[in-house]
Design a protein around this ligand. Sequence first.
Ligand code: SAM
Length: 215
Amino acid sequence: MEDSYRHKGMRRQLVKVLQKKGITDQRILEIIGKIPRHFFFENALVEHAYEDKAFPIGAGQTISQPYTVAFQTELLQIKPGEKVLEIGTGSGYQAMVLVDMGADLYTIEYQKVLYERTKSFLPKLGYQPNFFFGDGSKGLSRFAPFDKIIVTAGAPTVPDALIDQLNIGGCLVIPVGNQKTQQMLRVTKTDKDKIRNEVFHDFKFVPLLGSDGWK
Ligand code: SAM
């Protein structure tokens, strides 16, 4: 698939939309302005690739809305070289943003078909995070601790295992609520047994499945 001037123009418009909605981190805006989101869309939907909306990617799942990707990434405040866990690889779009932010990325996906597709597609675009297949609702204990954890599906509660797998000073960004809407939370591990919770506005995610997600 080609990345034409038209696509680049549509990306510039998308970046303006994100700025209007309050995204200020220039690094994130540059990355979203660079990644060809239309590469993740099937032909019938490709014209919609630069709308600020979530779209189906198969297996009942979605590629997140660009604003959501930008907002969660902004909350993570990634410094280059940090070890980051993403729960919900999906299309791989958010993973590419995290890699471009300088993350040493571990990403886990529950749907085999998406895991396989994304694991073979991202390297073709020059991105090679560490891919895992399985239930990420309990994190990825054998590679813990992480500096940052991002959950890209809506959880019923904050899984304790994810807090346990954070370094002190690290944070977890996770949408928590019911199966229709969730509030975005940032949980920072301030000391061995201490956390600080910050609550942001509402989002709509597909459900986090698995042992610490929705059954
Ligand atoms: N980050 C993705 C992207 O950029 O396309 C977002 C994909 S979608 C909003 C959420 C993803 O979380 C889905 O692909 C879904 O299969 C996955 N998911 C749900 N429960 C999971 C679990 N327990 N472990 C790992 N992935 C999970």
